[in-house]
Design a protein around this ligand. Structure first.
Ligand SMILES: NC(=O)c1ccc[n+]([C@@H]2O[C@H](COP(=O)([O-])OP(=O)(O)OC[C@H]3O[C@@H](n4cnc5c(N)ncnc54)[C@H](OP(=O)(O)O)[C@@H]3O)[C@@H](O)[C@H]2O)c1
Length: 258
């Protein structure tokens, strides 16, 4: 069967930006398939949920096949699934680093490789990769996360040149801090924050009023790490759909809108 509505597949749609994007796409008329590792208890209006682990080749192949079998097409892939990784670079073992890359980088590559043959056959499609401010700004104690997002940027920009003649574009979204569960169970180094504590001690000593203000508001959950306001994911996604807010397409300044 081929769906009459356009079909969007969203990874990491159990919470945060992915869930907000899935709901927003459903609200604008897309047939939306939201995915996460265990979606048994996840619901969102207008979104069909399927289990998908982006670190598994089998899981990726099986879900893409299910979507094609059921809806006949995939017009938009939102590669949103991702995890954080805070801590000093020297504290991360290669194994832990590989785990983070497996989700944030290879997960995107697995998904993209699985949908591209269908998009090329359709001669249309959009792959939207959720990168980050960390995709182009280096940050101390975020080297692992930052390098995954830099990898996503290189992959997206290069791939966009390969596939655009087939009617497919690869887009990047580069959010700043957004209020999601992302700040919770992040992957940290084996001795998390030991080096971070040493590394930031001089910052705390010389912090002064601005730092204390930031700490107080952060305790109240109002601010991001840099002391700015942290918007809700729904607000951030709608800003993107409205063409407002921080955003880039790949290649940065010439990609089409959705
Ligand atoms: N929040 C921010 O400040 C911020 C800023 C810039 C960029 N981003 C990016 O935005 C994206 C979404 O983050 P978020 O803030 O919305 O965090 P979130 O609410 O924690 O969402 C992360 C999503 O990724 C999914 N996920 C994790 N591992 C997975 C795996 N192996 N296979 C499939 N799904 C997996 C999670 O689903 P399950 O755990 O249920 O499987 C969840 O739905 C990430 O790529 C992140 O790097 C976030």
């Amino acid at each position: 069967m081929t769906a009459t509505r356009q079909v969007a597949l969203v990874t990491g749609a159990s919470s945060g930006i992915g869930k907000a994007a899935a709901i927003a796409l459903a609200g604008t008329g897309f047939e939306v398939i939201g995915t996460a590792r265990n979606t048994a208890r996840v619901t969102a209006h207008g979104v069909t949920y399927l289990d998908l682990d982006v670190t598994s080749d089998e899981s990726v192949a099986s879900v893409v096949k299910q979507v094609i079998d059921r809806f006949g097409r995939i017009d938009i892939l939102v590669n949103n699934a991702g995890v954080g990784a805070n801590g000093a670079a020297e504290e991360f073992s290669v194994d832990r680093t590989q785990d983070v890359f497996d989700i944030n980088v290879y997960g995107i590559m697995r998904m993209t490789k699985a949908v591209l043959p269908h998009m090329r056959a359709q001669r249309r499609g959009r792959v939207i990769n959720i990168s980050s401010l960390s995709g182009f700004v280096p940050s101390p104690f975020m080297a692992i996360y930052t390098s995954t997002k830099h990898a996503v940027e290189g992959y997206s920009g290069s791939l966009d040149h390969e596939v655009r003649e087939h009617g497919v574009r690869i887009l990047l979204v580069e959010p700043g801090p957004i209020n999601t569960p992302f700040g919770g169970p992040q992957r940290a180094g084996r001795h998390p924050y030991a080096a971070l504590r040493v590394g930031t001690a001089h910052l705390r000593r010389g912090a002064g009023e601005k730092y204390q203000r930031w700490r107080r508001s952060r305790r109240r959950g109002q601010c991001d790490r840099r002391g700015g306001h942290r918007p809700e994911p729904e607000t951030a996604v709608h800003r993107r759909l409205d063409g407002r807010g921080h955003q880039h397409a790949a290649p940065r300044r010439s990609g089409p809108n959705l």
